[in-house]
Design a protein around this ligand. Structure first.
Ligand code: C5P
Length: 421
């Protein structure tokens, strides 16, 4: 089952502020959220904040639903694919377990015929209290998905289990909800290591750039952005916090990815610099090497003489080289190299010249429309300081999964070195 419409019930605990980030992640991932805030919840986040983030009305009391014909509580409880209670306080879970319906949130929870997920957050003693243990067991028996809270320092100064999981982890649980394979369609990060990039910031650039000549014309290239988007998606599926800087492309934002759209190389450089620091950067964008030296502010007209207007070009900034030279250089910096001949030799030279750690080189020879540009498959060579690996032809999502697996190995090895030090 695809979960797209979420009814989010925000309970009254300090972790309620994280529900704002959750709303943002659900929407970035292509979902819709309608929020209900309990009276307690409103002491921590305002309905206004949630309304602005969700771009929908926020409901706070049963009496908000004056116009039952327009939106009754039964309808509200059933319009979603999934009801998420976040944070689920001890009190809210006790009421859910007992079937109490004394406010809007609990009435909706009793009235819904949709699956319910509860994301608990509370003090460790409250979480471990036999009453809460009993309520959680009862809710699970009733078919409610109760996530496990994280362990760590708490707002109240104690330490233990009861912290709300990070919004990104909650979003991943929502995405996986109801799917037979929780990462269906995603690169295969099964088992214990299924979120090997958790907690790491990965920056990805993708797509072409458009370099304006005048208000209606621009210089462009054939990059579709598919490979970069697939890499951003694979990194998010591996648990990374992903920032994707995208040139003009017609692609949906992958789930869990923060996307910023830009047009020109200069804008892409600015966006990349603002997105740093990142532990890993993967520069997949086909940045235009040149731009029009001057961008006319009016459409350039034919003057009837048959003469072509002069088009002087200027060199664009090289984003990869400038990130490599920056004080905020990512620890692992990966470039791409689209080549039509001597693919590996050019990529090796490019790795050194641009100061990248790895270059993923691909052969883009072939007539327009048949090549890797815009296609779904890619044959690449991974060029590192240790040598060259030739990968077989694979769909772009498999190339992405394989590359992210290598990135995860690199991060693990780096952590190992730190632990040994
Ligand atoms: O020099 P070339 O365009 O082949 O280099 C490709 C690599 O350099 C890619 O990783 C691309 O994203 C990056 N690049 C860049 N800025 C440019 C040109 C290329 O970051 N102006």
């Amino acid at each position: 089952m695809a979960v797209r419409r979420i009814l989010l019930i925000v309970g009254g605990g300090i972790a309620a502020y994280k529900s704002c980030e959750l709303v943002r992640l659900i929407r970035k991932g292509g979902g819709e959220v309608t929020c209900v805030v309990t009276e307690g919840g409103q002491h921590f986040v305002t309905p206004m904040t949630l309304a602005a983030l969700s771009e929908k009305p926020v409901y706070t009391t049963l009496w908000d639903l004056k116009n039952e014909a327009e939106m009754g509580h039964i309808q509200l409880s059933r319009e979603a694919d999934l009801v998420v209670v976040c944070p689920a306080t001890a009190d809210l879970m006790a009421k859910m377990a007992a079937g109490i319906a004394d406010d809007l949130a609990t009435t909706l929870l009793l009235a819904t015929d949709k699956p319910v997920m509860a994301v608990p957050a509370m003090n460790v003693r409250m979480w471990e209290h036999p009453a809460t243990r009993r309520n959680v067991a009862r809710l699970r028996d009733d078919g409610v998905t109760v996530l496990e809270p994280d362990e760590g320092p708490m707002a109240c100064g104690e330490y233990g289990a009861g912290r709300l999981p990070e919004p990104e982890a909650i979003w991943q649980a929502i995405r996986a909800f109801g799917s037979p394979d929780p990462l269906a369609g995603q690169p295969d990060f099964a088992g214990e290591n299924h979120r090997p990039l958790h907690g790491r910031h990965v920056l990805v650039t993708a797509g072409p750039t458009h370099e304006p000549i005048d208000p209606v014309r621009y210089i462009a290239n054939r990059s579709s952005g598919k490979q970069g988007f697939a890499i951003a998606e694979a990194a998010a599926a591996a648990g990374a916090q992903v920032t994707l800087i995208a040139g003009p492309v017609h692609l949906d934002t992958p789930p869990g990815v923060d996307r910023y759209d830009v047009e020109s190389a200069a804008e892409m450089l600015d966006a990349v610099e603002s997105a740093l620091p990142a532990e890993v950067a993967i520069m997949v964008a086909a940045v235009a090497d040149w731009r029009a030296a001057e961008c006319a502010n009016r459409k350039i007209k034919k003057d009837g003489s048959g003469e072509v207007p002069p088009l002087a070009l200027a060199v664009n900034p090289d984003i990869l080289s400038s990130v490599a030279a920056s004080p905020a250089r990512p620890r692992l910096l990966i470039g791409f190299a689209a080549e039509t001949d001597d693919v590996v030799a050019h990529a090796q030279a490019k790795r050194l010249r641009k100061g990248a750690d790895w270059i993923v080189a691909n052969d883009v020879s072939g007539p327009p429309g048949t090549s890797v540009m815009g296609g779904d498959s890619n044959t690449v060579h991974l060029v590192t300081a240790d040598g060259v690996e030739d990968w077989p032809a694979m769909p772009k999502d498999k190339v992405a999964a394989a590359l992210i697996e290598r990135v995860a190995e690199n991060c693990r090895a780096h952590n190992g070195m730190k632990d040994d030090a």
